[in-house]
Design a protein around this ligand. Sequence first.
Ligand SMILES: [Zn+2]
Length: 468
Amino acid sequence: MNDEIASHASRRRPVDLEGRLASSGELRMTTELTRIPMSRSQDSYFEDFEFATRPDIAALQFPRLQASIRHALEHSALYQKLWKEAGTTVDEIVDVATYFKRAPMIDKDILRQYRDETNDPFGGILCNPFGDLSVVGSSGGTTGDPTLCAERWGKPSIEHYTPREYWHAGVRPGDYVALMIVTMRPPGQRFFQDLGIKPLLFNHDPRELPRLIEWCRKFRPSVLMFVSSIMLNGLEKLEKEGADIKEAFSSLKMCVYGGEPLAPRAKANADRWGLKLYAVTTPGDIGVAVECSMHDGHHIWEDHVLAEVLDPQTLEPVPDGGRGELVVTSLHDQMMPLLRYRSGDLVRYTTEPCKCGRTHMRFWPLGRAGDEVVVNGKAILPIDIWPIVESLEETSSGLFQIVRPARDLEYLTVRIGYSGLPNLSSLSERLAHAFHQALGLVPVIQLVPDDELLKLGPPHKIPRIAKR
Ligand SMILES: [Zn+2]
């Protein structure tokens, strides 16, 4: 079986079934605005534009920005309303700087409010009739009620993946991808077609792991997307029952994880099994950004996204290398364009060239602006709590929630999941000691069975912050 599959794995560019390739045979992105020829000279990149000069990037961005604004103002009720209220017209946007000065911002709350007032499930930013959509999915809803995301597979088309990172990691047409994606997200069908790769489908559910192992042995996929701490913990259990995880996953060139950072224990297991981990995140809900081979930040593809990093309090731009809130504008999305969308994500960023050869800016996610708690002046994010919870055997699943009725708190309250039937008062005491060692404070600890917390999952992660 394996030999047969290998012999079918063509290394050639995908065949143009739908006339989406240029006459020269170049593969092109399907969106009208993103038609850029593919690299011929440098086979490790998917497109030449990945290493364009900064002036070339800027030269491409402004005409796309103008087109995006015109399109949005023509078709979106929400932007028409907001720009009218701000007294801003498209004609006065003569460059990117005026755009940053004059264009009104939006955020999730504005979209939700518009949605609730008008019954428009897309919050007033959908620029096409509902009937034009190919698929509708949603966000995980861990930061509130989920927001919708849609794809269109015809023209104009839009979806949320690019082949760039996968191509760079050595994924080639004919390869299989083990797809353990959360099904509420649109799966990126055009991405599979453009890259010529074949998905193997699994639910994001630990009960699927035995089949995943079996199929990885059979099909030898080059990508697993995506894994989570919950899945990696499940694999560790199967390993204890005798499964050879390292052997089963030895064909993988990329093992993509996202949604939240991997818990230290899950990460250590993945390293032990030789998994080549790549973090995926989203640049402010416009598409996805997988780490590059340098594992030193996520590239924002600046032909798709115009990014700002602003101080969340003053809304002043943060200098290169600094930290702030990521604010994004889509340059290629004609379906649900985001214009100056405040992501609520705190990031560090730089436009310094990357060692991988790309020139597009990089960012490092630090956490949600809304996740931070400040306990007697000490700022704490979920990532600070994780290793503490995992350090004890009974709570090694790393399932916990920070109880955050407000940002500024007098004391920290943490809800922590446990497995088995431990002595709860002893467990509580040992956790308190570990917290004191690591953070210099003792929180109020609420112990609940792991299964109770897993019920809150969407299912690849649970909300790390709870109001009560
Ligand atoms: Zn890079």
